[in-house]
Structures are given as C-alpha cells and as structure tokens.
Design a protein around this ligand. Structure first.
Ligand SMILES: *Cc1c(COP(=O)(O)O)cnc(C)c1O
Length: 416
C-alpha cells in the first residue's frame, strides 16, 4: 500500500521507552496490567502533551486575539503556533487552510452547512461509501432531506474493500460531492482515496476525506492527496478531546458561508450588516478550546519525533502478528480482510455475543470495543449486528496481542 513504508526500523523504534511516556498504560484493571486496544475510539496522552497543557494553564492562559496584555499575546502566539504545526503535519499550503474544530464530526458538519447548503440543491447527488462512520452519513442525510438531494453509496466486497468500478459508475451530471473515509474505523480498510479524488476531480466534483482513522496511523499529505477538505480529531492522535482540524483549500473556504456566528469571526458588525473575518477566523466563532489546540500541537510534535513512517511500520507489524494469531484460533473469524489495512482488527467469536466477549476480556485487563462502531449501515452489509474490535496504537506491543489471544481463549472456555 502506498502509505506504508517498505522497510521497518526496529532499532529506531523503542516501544518500551515510548510506553514509559504514557502514565495511563501503567494501570492495572481487574488486578491485571491494562492492555489498551481501544485506540480507534480514543488514544492515550503522553506525558509531554500533559506537561504542555499544565504549562499552558499554569503560565500562559488568557483569551486569545485582540488583547494587548502579556498573557493574551502569549496564548495567541501558542495557539497560532499550534495551527502552524498542524499545517506542516498535513503539508497544507497555508496555515489559514487549517481550521480548529471540536473534532471530525464538527468538521464534516461545517462543510455540510458552509459549503453543502450553498452548493447542493434539489436533485443533486452526494456520493458516500457503505464503510462510513455515522459522522460522515448523518450530516449529508440531513442536507439531502432539507434540499431534496440524493445519497449514492459505494459498495464493498466481502473483504471490506470499496468497489472502484462501481464508484465510477455512480457519477453523473448531478454529482456534487464525494465524502469518503480514509481508513474505516470498523474494519481498518485503507481506502484508495488518492485515486478516488482523481476520479472525482476528472468530473469536476470536490472531495471531503474523513481522516479520523488515518492521521494517527499514516503520514497524511493533503497536497499529495489533492483533497478539497480533510477532517480529523485530536483525541485519536494522542491529543486532547474537544479539538480537531478541518483542512480546506483556501479558495473553497473563502467561498463558503460561516457555520457559526459570533465573536472572533467578524470583521465589522452593525445591526444592518455584518462582514466576516478572513479565514481561518471566519470559521472559529467564539472562544475556541485554546488549551486543547495547544495540546494538539504538542501531540503533533510528539508523533513527529517518533516519525509517522516508524509508527506505521510498527503498527503494521502488530496488525500482521495479530491477524496471523487470531486466524489460528478455532471459532474466531476476522471481519474485514482488505489487502490494505491500518491498526484495526474486527472479529467474531463463534457462538458468543460481542458484548460478552468485551465484558470477559475486560476481566483480563484487555480493553476492546464491541458494538456497531457508529457504522450501522456497514454492519447491515456484513450481516452482523456488532463486532468485537481491537485497535492499535504505536505504544502497543506484541505482548498486548498475546494477551488478547489468551483472553479470547479464556472467553471461549467460559462458554465451552
Ligand atoms: C471517531 C471517528 C469520527 C468521529 O470523530 P469525533 O472525534 O467523535 O468527532 C468520524 N469518522 C471516523 C472514521 C471516526 O473513526
């Protein structure tokens, strides 16, 4: 796959040293060492990010922008420096193309309100895929209902891979937008978004990428992808909750309506007329989560110090090892066997409800997620109501996978 480096660098990647940065990984649960395999829902925070938050709250906090006093200038500088870090991290052309949001969900809703309501009309069509998270379905459904637009859905094969020929066949003169996940949170499939974007652009259609599950695991370059919008969340990449990023092409963002009105997003206000601030401020109404934005900047520094290629290589090895060992377990079926996958392993244990699998694994200290993973249309396509899902971060180890495998065996014994 294009985003995974061909060589692994085990010497450069010292997982024990990395784990020492994450205080929470030292917890015991049910008297067992915590094995945290729920990273696709939220990842943990390393000490340097925690320290950065403490430093901000201890010595730098005030409201940003517009004030002349010391603390406000310090906070503003730190906030804008975080934006610049995020810009470099995803290789955006300009910092003003990087909008702070509360997360992926808000980023997609921003595009729906700011771009969609202006550009999508009755009879128009929006292309999604059956793999999407509810965050990348429901906003478009709301818009389609409001406007009388139609949603078209790209299908998958049984491995969980998008069918590109069917994707191409969905385009027509009414297609206005493609919105697609980069990596499936439920199956781990890495979608061929670069190719999908090129196919859409050849037809003049813009593309939003939901990158919530890609940014923590792969080196993402929005210029190389050539996407029009790219949304992701801080809390899935070792940053705080309540913060995320929407990348958008400057020209598109400038053409859009603001999503929320209020302070900080205006140029001038009278009761007759308001003019808006330039991007990115136009989309950052009100006091933003300043501390969280700065914490996300620190998380990016932390990831960059390790290096996204090294992270991807280590996680690829975890996935390979886990796939091999779960495949070897009688009565266990992997759900999602795409050729290109990242960090997610969904599975079913024969005769045992996923909820029971999760509950019993918890008694072994192993944290997995069970349920529909906010992807009910995908579950319906796969003919299941739920799966058990182990999801990896770069701080996980082969021993964590061994604990998962041993845990599944003991679950099976309970039900034998
Ligand atoms: C988690 C997730 C979202 C939603 O992210 P929030 O942080 O809850 O806004 C959207 N899409 C995918 C693929 C996700 O994994």
């Amino acid at each position: 796959m294009s985003n995974t480096p061909a060589v692994t660098t085990p010497l450069a990647f010292d997982v024990a040293r990395i784990r020492a940065d994450f205080p929470i990984l030292g917890l015991t649960v049910a008297g067992k060492p915590l094995v945290y395999l729920d990273n696709a829902a939220s990842s943990q925070m390393p000490q340097p990010v925690i320290d950065r938050l403490v430093r901000y709250q201890t010595t730098e906090h005030a409201n940003i922008h517009r004030a002349v006093h010391y603390l406000s200038e310090t906070a503003t500088t730190a906030y804008e420096a975080a934006r610049a870090r995020l810009q470099r991290f995803i290789n955006a052309r300009e910092a003003r193309e990087v909008i702070f949001t509360s997360g992926t969900t808000e980023g997609i809703n921003l595009v729906m309100h700011g771009w969609g309501r202006k550009n999508i009309n009755a009879g128009d069509e929006i292309i999604l895929t059956v793999l999407e998270h509810h965050s990348n379905i429901v906003p478009w459904q709301m818009l389609a209902l409001e406007k009388g637009a139609t949603i078209r859905v790209v299908p998958i094969n049984d491995a969980g891979e998008l069918l590109l020929d069917q994707y191409e066949a969905l385009f027509n003169e009414r297609t206005r937008l493609v919105s697609v996940g980069h990596v499936s949170n439920a199956l781990g499939s890495i979608n061929p978004v670069r190719q999908m974007i090129a196919l859409a652009h050849a037809r003049g259609v813009p593309v939003l990428v939901d990158g919530a599950q890609a940014v923590p695991h792969l080196a993402v370059d929005v210029r190389d992808l050539d996407c029009d919008f790219y949304a992701f969340s801080g809390h899935k990449m070792c940053g705080p909750t309540g913060i995320g990023i929407l990348y958008g092409r400057a020209a598109l963002l400038e053409s859009m309506q603001p999503f929320k009105g209020g302070g900080d997003m205006i140029h001038t206000v009278t009761f007759e007329k308001t003019t808006y601030a330039p991007i990115p401020n136009k989309f950052e109404a009100g006091t933003p989560p300043i501390a969280a934005a700065i914490g996300l900047g620190a998380a990016v520094d932390y990831l960059c110090n390790i290096g996204m290629p090294a992270i991807a290589a280590h996680e690829h090895e975890l996935l390979r090892y886990a796939t091999e060992h779960l495949n070897a377990l009688p009565g266990v079926r992997l759900i999602g066997t795409a050729q290109d996958k990242a960090a997610v392993l969904s599975f079913a244990v024969q005769g045992i409800h996923p909820h029971d699998v999760g509950t019993l694994l918890n008694q072994e200290g192993v944290a997995v997620r069970t349920g529909h993973h906010c992807a009910q249309p995908l579950m319906a396509r796969l003919g299941v109501v739920a799966t058990s899902r182990a999801s990896f971060a770069f701080y996980n180890t082969l021993a964590d996978v061994d604990a998962l495998v041993a845990g599944i065996r003991s679950v099976q014994k309970v039900f034998a």
